[in-house]
Ligand binder design. Structure first.
Ligand SMILES: [Zn+2]
Length: 355
């Protein structure tokens, strides 16, 4: 059974790629990529644990053993030959603060808003780390997640070491968006693509974690089970998701209250996508068909989709979350209702006139 290095959530779909990579992969630098939430970071930690594992009686493909001293050190996030580079914001969210005290960035960052980037100072410290002798003699492993959060200066600081790695160095770069990486970084890594888990396996995994209607929620999250768990933190469940189309059709934005703007925009975009499917005679993908009762207006749905794409670009720096969501929902109401009603609604809608 595969568990992540904290011993928490088991991701059974990582077992096969873990065994395959440990058995066959000799490259010193790997680039793990796949759909959001598939578990690149969890797999990177397992690979690190496997390479550092000291169980003499366990074949490579069956590691990590989870019992030896080295495996325990990785689980405790205190292995001297493993360094994990995360943006400070992600480090805090995943509870890695203090785990890499030698990096020296966590304390400084606590006084300011935590950064979403992997900074050049941290990369330089990591380059120094891989060049020191392995304390336990197996390997020096550097995990970077997500690698696209290195800017060009930080990436360039890593480049030379990736090109001429010290003997025992191994690098695992995780990325949900490998196209955003410098081509020079990509070309120095062996790419390993991870596939989204099979729906049946992912649904069973969610059901075991107490998620009601896991198949419905899995479809809502585009097949990404870890997203479903992340959404649960904002109270998004099957009942709320099924209510969303009706609420937006009625112009009621309150259903999205408390959602982070990127998530609200993503949900509206999925609703727009499904409404276009229904309007053109195709099956919806993210919402249950019975929730999509009204037949929308194709031209207005296309315009809504464009407005949502614009909003998504600004979603990291919203001007006013409530106003943005309210305006997007009003435009959605116009698009989701048949043209006759939409004509009346348009006179009161504000999104078109304000953008
Ligand atoms: Zn072990």
């Amino acid at each position: 059974m595969v568990t992540d290095a904290s011993g928490a959530a088991a991701l059974p779909w990582l077992t096969a790629p873990l065994q395959r990579i440990l058995a066959t992969q000799r490259a010193h630098a790997l680039l793990l990529h796949g759909p959001r939430g598939v578990g690149e970071f969890e797999l990177a930690l397992l690979l690190a644990q496997g390479w550092l594992c000291e169980a003499a009686d366990v074949p490579l493909a069956a590691r990590p053993c989870r019992r030896c001293a080295s495996c325990h050190l990785v689980d405790a996030r205190s292995h001297p030959d493993l360094m994990v580079l995360l943006p400070d914001a992600l480090r805090q969210r995943l509870g890695w603060s203090g785990g890499d005290a030698e990096e020296g960035g966590a304390e400084k960052a606590s006084k300011a808003k935590p950064s979403k980037d992997i900074k050049v100072e941290a990369v330089r410290a990591a380059v120094g780390f891989v060049q020191t002798t392995a304390a336990r003699g197996r390997a020096k492993v550097l995990v970077l997640h997500p690698a696209e959060r290195m800017n060009a200066i930080a990436a360039n600081a890593l480049l030379k070491t990736l090109e001429e790695p010290p003997g025992l160095a191994r690098f695992v770069l995780c990325s949900g968006d490998p196209a955003a990486l410098l081509p020079t970084i990509r070309s120095r890594c062996q790419r390993v693509a991870l596939a989204a888990p099979e729906p049946a396996e992912a649904s069973a995994w969610l059901a075991a974690r107490g998620v009601p209607e896991p198949a419905l929620m899995l479809a809502a999250a585009g097949g990404q089970p870890q997203e479903v768990l992340a959404w649960a933190e904002f109270g998004i469940d099957a009942a709320l998701w099924s209510r969303l189309p009706g609420a937006v059709t009625a112009g009621d934005a309150s259903v999205l209250h408390g959602w982070p703007l990127p998530l609200a925009v993503e949900a509206l975009h999925k609703l727009c996508h499904d409404a276009l499917c229904v309007a053109t005679g195709a099956a919806p993908r993210y919402f249950p068909a019975p929730a999509l009762r009204s037949r929308g207006d194709v031209a207005r749905l296309v315009a809504w989709s464009r407005a949502l794409a614009d909003l998504a670009r600004d979603a990291e720096h919203p001007w006013n979350v409530d106003l943005a969501v309210q305006a997007a929902v009003q435009q959605g109401r116009e698009a989701l209702n048949p043209p006759r009603i939409a004509g009346a609604a348009r006179r009161t809608a504000s999104l078109n006139s304000s953008r």
